[in-house]
Design a protein around this ligand. Structure first.
Ligand code: F6R
Length: 619
């Protein structure tokens, strides 16, 4: 690894660790009566750091009165009052909650005429120098490898300037701007040289969607096509990553390549499947020579022989396969679905099997998913209402008022403007009725659907509130009422807006409140209410690798077809989903590829040949 890297278990640990370092410096400087100069970033990653700094200010009295800040960048053009402005972001997420002197805050301005940019940019560099240079610079990393908005191609000598945003960056920002066409094409950013002059750099990344670029930045050659690699030339940079973002780093992905390892069965299974891929062979066909060639001879030695090792791995993989006869029967089950459609996308196959096995199933939709409904869909339903009223099927009076209000609002809506409550409600109801028709395809009825509509999500914008007691209480009440034997939870870590992660947090907290911290078995013997078993599924973006999955659930061609049919019922997300991420394929296409892909993977490893498969991890 070419940049010092700290891998933490949990996303929230990064906020605490980075805030620790910043707070320590501020305290030292405050005691010495000297200023602290911070370089700050926006985006989703540093929000946890800002939350921690605010906490230290309010609870521990950390003073920011002597702190001077310089932000990395701002879109161009951009009104500082716009919801998309980094000025507004910084005030909302940090500055308004601490005692910083507004005169000490510096953020590039996006509202100046083009001819003034060059002079402003020089003045920005001068101001950094006049402040004594940046002590600690916080950075995020974009999928392109950008730091600040220094996109691929940026030179190591670049300074503060206007830049054209990469298409990938604009796609990533599309959700915040309610459409790629609304994302500005340019930005003003500190240059690479400006950033590298900071005395200390803390770069942060979380989530599986960052795993590729973290790997490239930390282990790849320095390359101006990946600007973050320039950090390898900086003497004091630390990369803070969570497990998900670190997944492809060599010490995490293939630790046996970098060091002596203590072989455990689970590590052996990973190493043998890795070797099988490398050699293009089935597990049972790997030979002593294959192990020797990849410097893995210690592994068969640990298991006594190649045959014993290969057999252990083959059997362990085979034991993960659970057809219908090995799945629960007659149990109470809750499937927690962060948005309406995660249920069918991620676990449509097993849901159908569980229905057939006579389980009592509740599908609990945690958020309404209403921000992901296009306005044109609302117009269509309003037109339908209008027709019903005109033909006398519903009373014209209340319908007419709603129709007029919604039509008028949508006619003048600005891109990204928060919807009026009536439109938010209509969008919620559109998704609710889609969810019901989705589960009906799988054999459930409308009474199986619960719409929790958790408060943290009800901001009307892409940005969400943190999980609070009200969210936890709603989840807890459902658990108390149903007393499930088994619950399904979205365990993926990289949905673009973090909603899946937040939903999991609400469930984890409710479970802890109800059953305590202890493991399932301890609970049962201590007479506490029975803690449900938890099966984690992945959302629309990734799948569990077969080595990590606890259970692999085979699907026939007919079952996969049924699952896709259920996904089709989510019409507001079909054809073009408002938040598709970088993947151009529709959700059902990703599901088909991913479920068939898992089955093909087992086939390649020399196990039975199934049509498709879903994967689950038991927590
Ligand atoms: C933000 C910035 C960008 C972001 C990067 C990652 O001021 O300069 O480089 O840090 O795009 O964004 P998130 O954290 O939203 O993934």
């Amino acid at each position: 690894m070419r940049i010092r890297t700290v891998i933490v278990e949990d996303h929230d640990d990064i906020g605490r660790l980075v805030a620790d370092r910043i707070a320590e410096l501020i305290r030292q400087r405050n005691e010495a009566g000297r200023p602290t100069v911070l370089g700050l970033a926006t985006g989703s990653t540093p929000i946890g750091v800002y939350r921690e700094l605010i906490r230290r200010h309010t609870e521990e009295g950390l003073s920011f009165a002597r702190v001077v800040t310089f932000n990395l960048d701002e879109y161009y053009p951009m009104d500082p009052k716009s919801i998309h402005s980094y000025h507004r972001f910084m005030w909302e997420n940090l500055f308004s909650a601490i005692d910083i002197d507004p005169a000490n805050v510096h953020i590039p301005r996006g509202d100046i005429p083009r001819e003034a940019i060059a002079a402003e940019a020089r003045a920005y560099e001068d101001a950094i120098r006049a402040a004594g240079g940046i002590d600690i610079q916080i950075l995020g990393i974009g999928k392109t490898g950008h730091i600040g908005f220094n996109e691929p191609g940026s030179g190591i000598d670049s300074r503060t300037r206007v830049v054209t945003l990469d298409l990938v960056t604009r796609k990533d920002a599309a959700a915040d701007f309610f459409g790629e066409e609304n994302v500005p094409r340019e930005a003003i950013t500190m240059g690479i040289a400006t950033i590298l002059e900071a005395r200390e750099i803390l770069i942060l990344a979380t989530g599986e969607h960052k795993a590729d670029i973290v790997h490239r930045a930390v282990e790849g050659e320095v390359d101006h096509e990946v600007p973050a690699t320039f950090l390898q030339r900086h003497p004091n940079t630390t990369f803070y990553v969570d497990r998900a973002a670190a997944a492809l780093l060599t010490p995490v992905a293939t630790p046996w390549l970098v060091d002596e390892v203590q072989w455990t069965d689970s590590l052996a299974i990973r190493a043998v499947t890795w070797l099988a891929h490398r050699c293009g062979k089935a597990v049972l066909k790997l030979t002593q020579r294959d192990y020797a060639e990849y410097r893995l001879s210690s592994l068969p030695a640990h298991y006594g022989s190649v045959g014993a090792l290969n057999g252990m791995v083959f059997n362990a993989l085979g034991a993960k396969i659970r057809g219908r006869s090995k799945l629960p029967k007659g149990k109470r089950i809750i499937c927690f679905s962060p948005h309406p459609d995660d249920d069918v996308i991620s676990m449509g196959g097993i849901l159908h099997k569980l229905v057939e096995n006579g389980n009592e199933i509740i599908v609990a939709y945690m958020t309404s998913g209403n921000i992901a409904v296009f306005d044109h869909d609302v117009r269509r339903y309003v037109d339908f209402l209008h027709r019903m009223a005109r033909e006398g099927y519903i009373a014209p009076a209340p319908a007419a008022g709603l129709i007029a209000k919604v039509t008028e609002f949508l006619a003048h809506k600005e891109p990204g403007q928060v919807d009026i409550p009536e439109v938010q409600d209509l969008k919620r109801m559109i998704r609710e009725s889609e969810a019901v028709s989705g589960i009906e395809v799988l054999g459930l009825t409308a009474s199986a659907a619960r719409f929790l509509n958790l408060p943290f999500y009800r901001t009307g914008t892409v940005r969400k509130d943190p999980i609070g007691p009200a969210d936890v209480a709603i989840v807890r009440a459902l658990l108390e009422q149903v007393q499930p034997h088994l619950i399904f939870v979205a365990g993926d870590l990289s949905d673009p807006h973090g909603t899946h992660r937040m939903c999991k947090e609400a469930i984890d907290r409710a479970i802890e409140e109800l059953y305590g911290k202890s493991a399932r078995d301890e609970n049962q013997s201590s007479g506490c209410p029975q803690r449900p078993e938890i099966w984690l599924y992945r959302g629309a973006w990734q799948e569990w690798p077969v080595t990590e999955a606890t259970w692999l659930v085979p699907l026939s061609q007919e079952e996969l077809r049924l699952k896709i049919q259920a996904i089709f019922k989510h019409q507001s997300q079909k054809d073009t989903a408002p938040f598709p991420g970088q993947d151009e394929r529709e959700f059902w296409q990703r599901v088909e590829a991913r479920n068939k892909g898992t089955a093909a993977e087992l086939d390649r490893l020399g196990l039975a040949e199934y049509f498709a498969m879903e994967a689950y991890v038991v927590e």
